[in-house]
Ligand binder design. Structure first.
Ligand code: HEC
Length: 250
């Protein structure tokens, strides 16, 4: 961008500064809201992302109390029956299979006059079998379109300056496409991760591609704009051979 007019350079500089601060704050926010809380629960990044989208379906409240506090109120056989009912989807149609257990083993203490929670019928028993299935579909739909319509605008702004820099064409072509590819890949995997936990890996990959593409373009545009050519020649392997930097000319 070295050969551009003063107003073009001022424009590009202003955009770079604002986008740079925004990008940095987005990173801080992501760390504070998505990474640190999971880290505190002892989850690594992959597990944390999976828990956000897929949820934690390894256990539910009913099974954890039946193996814990309430264990003495059910026999092995009854536990197996309840487990089968849950595996079958914990439906009302199949409730007959476990109803005697509920009325005989639970309702005796958990009726209206007894210890909370009240457990006397299908609705109350079923309410204990809720899994954590991650972010809700309508939230995901909202996040998807907001991200898809908003974020690429920023990539567009940055990219329109980056393509005018003096770095090698093939290199620029790859870097300028990276964030767009990343955001699509990222969002696609949000949806896949609702169904398949392992797609969390794709979310991380998409996010990293987006971040690296953005950071790379930002830095190389800033360098082309602000750094003296003397320094740029040290990065000459990604500069086109035809470029005459200030040093070459001198
Ligand atoms: C002998 C009485 C008794 C029976 C029978 C009984 N419970 Fe409980 N239950 C309690 C008491 C007392 C508490 C509260 C104590 C506590 O939370 O530490 C409790 C608490 C609970 C809780 C809330 C605890 C939590 O951490 O979520 C659940 C859920 C529960 N029982 C389920 C059941 C189920 C299901 C059955 C039938 C298999 C059952 N209970 C049978 C006495 C009973």
């Amino acid at each position: 961008m070295r050969n551009h007019t003063l107003s073009e350079k001022a424009f590009a500089s202003a955009v770079l500064i604002v986008l740079g601060i925004g990008f940095f704050l987005a990173f801080v926010y992501l760390y504070a809201s998505e990474i640190e809380p999971h880290h505190q629960k002892g989850q690594n990044l992959l597990k944390g992302v999976a828990t956000t989208y897929y949820g934690d379906r390894s256990t539910n409240r009913l099974e954890s109390v039946l193996h814990g506090k309430m264990a003495e109120n059910v026999s092995r056989d009854e536990l197996v029956k309840i487990h089968k009912w849950i595996e079958g989807g914990a439906t009302k149609a199949d409730f007959a299979q476990v109803e005697p257990i509920v009325t005989q083993n639970c309702a005796s203490c958990h009726d209206a006059a007894g210890d909370p929670p009240q457990i006397t019928n299908f609705e109350q028993f079923h309410a204990l079998v809720q899994f954590d299935t991650g972010v809700e579909i309508h939230t995901l739909a909202r996040m998807s379109h907001v991200h898809l319509l908003g974020i690429p605008l920023l990539f567009f702004m940055l990219g329109s300056f980056f393509v005018r820099t003096r770095w090698r064409e093939g290199f620029k072509a790859v870097l300028v496409v990276m964030p767009f590819f990343g955001v699509l890949f990222d969002i696609a995997h949000w949806w896949i991760a609702k169904r398949y936990e392992s797609a969390a890996l794709g979310i991380i990959f998409g996010g990293a591609t987006m971040g690296l593409g953005f950071a790379g373009q930002w830095w190389l545009t800033a360098a082309d704009l602000w750094l003296p050519d003397r320094l740029l020649t040290r990065l000459v392997w990604i500069l086109p051979k035809t470029v005459t930097t200030g040093e070459d000319a001198a």
